[in-house]
Design a protein around this ligand. Structure first.
Ligand code: NAG
Ligand code: NAG
Ligand code: NAG
Ligand code: NAG
Ligand code: NAG
Length: 376
């Protein structure tokens, strides 16, 4: 690299640092707040954080290694078995007022709960300005929360934590716990969220629970949820891409590998694909209660199914949820035609640029779709 370019980069970085640290965080935060949040800001609630920080560091269960065949298991499964019993971790980033306090949380109609690892900054940015934008839609509130753990080691970990902190100052939309954000810890992430919800947002009507790499048509979700008869969140609902009659994958090379040491039974209960599903606040509460007596299985969507089964509740299928991707009838047709997506609830998986483009294209009131699914 040329010396001149280097100097320009260093000076630029310094200016950015000065800018970040000298600007008053409150002004940027409040300018983004809705009027509801603004009125609350004048009287900051007294917070008691002793709950969130009081958990002891969870100890390794060395006895776990006594199980038959332990030494032949992949490291990720070993890690899982050593720490399977751990269910409480300190909260690094909290949002105690996201739902306006526990009492007022019934004003949140649809809470978007999006699993996001610290490094997925671009995904979060694009979701904030597309399908996960907090807004009043058809007279009801949509709110957004990203749920995250910690990843990386040493300086990497510190940098990613600082990134989340900075995002939190600007957007107030992150819950972060101090656990290793890995694939096999997704169930833990889910349980920690449900615990948080019981404390801070127990009356939210409905939840969308999903990944940060999906296209979720949240406006259609509101239409669907408002159309439910006699369910304003107080009755059972759990719907998405229904998966039945499957069991643990026993091939050690698979991302979803579950050895008998983790689960002996060869079958899973019915569940909805974890790319995204909808549930009522009522059902979220039941799942949390059930989870307390079910050992953690590291596949998060299956675990939800186990909690439902224990409560005697069924997950259902919604045709608009395509967590396995969309079947496009012909290669000649553009698979990203907005016509395929404007009636959907969710499609997996999308890159950030495609989400931005699609979200804007389906908003177009002049969009006309022919029978082939082609935009005209
Ligand atoms: C905070 O909550 C804890 C546990 O609920 C309680 O023991 C403690 O006294 C509270 N502290 C304050 C300052 O209210
Ligand atoms: C530790 O692992 C052993 C063997 O799997 C298990 O029986 C025991 O219940 C575990 N202990 C805790 C505290 O989870
Ligand atoms: C685990 O195995 C070690 C050595 O094989 C043994 O000393 C120990 O008692 C075992 N622990 C339990 C709880 O079975
Ligand atoms: C889950 O997180 C805990 C806490 O950071 C960590 O000890 C454990 O190894 C993680 N489990 C997996 C399977 O990554
Ligand atoms: C988190 O898990 C990853 C993958 O299992 C591992 O490489 C890393 O060392 C773990 N980090 C911590 C802090 O436990």
């Amino acid at each position: 690299m040329k010396i001149k370019t280097r100097i320009v980069i260093v000076v630029g970085a310094l200016c950015l640092l000065v800018f970040v640290f000298y600007k008053e965080p409150q002004t940027t935060v409040s300018s983004r707040k809705t009027s509801r949040e603004k009125s609350e800001q004048t009287e900051p609630p007294i917070k008691n954080n002793s709950y969130t920080y009081s958990w002891q560091k969870c100890q390794i269960n060395v006895t776990a290694s006594n199980v038959t065949g332990f030494s032949d298991l992949p490291q990720t499964i070993k890690d899982f078995l050593y720490y399977r019993h751990c269910r409480h971790f300190p909260l690094l980033l909290d949002l105690p007022d996201k739902c306006g306090g526990a009492e007022k949380s019934g004003d949140v109609f649809l809470l978007l709960v999006i699993k996001s690892s610290p490094a997925n900054y671009e995904r979060r940015e694009v979701l904030r300005k597309t399908w996960a934008a907090e807004r009043l839609h058809r007279g009801v509130w949509i709110r957004r929360i990203f749920i995250s753990g910690v990843s990386g080691d040493g300086y990497d970990e510190e940098r990613l934590n600082n990134l989340l902190k900075l995002e939190q100052q600007e957007y107030r939309d992150i819950l972060q716990w101090d656990f290793n954000d890995t694939f096999y810890n997704l169930t833990l992430k889910q349980i920690l969220f449900l615990e948080w919800m019981e404390r801070n947002c127990p009356n939210a009507r409905f939840l969308f629970n999903g990944d940060d790499d999906v296209f979720a048509h949240t406006s259609n979700m509101v239409v669907y949820l408002q159309s439910l008869e006699q369910n304003e969140g107080g009755r059972h609902l759990f719907t998405g891409h229904l998966i039945m009659n499957v069991g643990p994958i026993r091939a050690p090379g698979s991302k979803y590998f579950i050895p008998v040491q983790v689960q002996e039974s060869n079958s899973y209960p019915p569940y909805c694909g974890g790319g995204g599903f909808l549930l009522s606040g009522y059902t979220a509460g039941i799942i949390y209660r059930m989870s307390k007596s079910i050992p953690i299985l590291p596949i998060d969507d299956v675990y939800m199914g186990m909690c439902l089964a224990k409560a005697g509740l069924d997950p259902t299928s919604h045709m608009g949820v395509k967590t396995a991707g969309l079947h496009i009838p012909s290669r000649k047709v553009d698979g990203y035609s907005p016509c395929f997506y404007k009636e959907m609830l969710l499609v997996h998986r999308f890159l950030p640029g495609s989400i931005f483009l699609m979200w804007n294209r389906i908003q177009n009131p002049n969009l006309i779709c022919g029978s082939s699914g082609k935009a005209q």
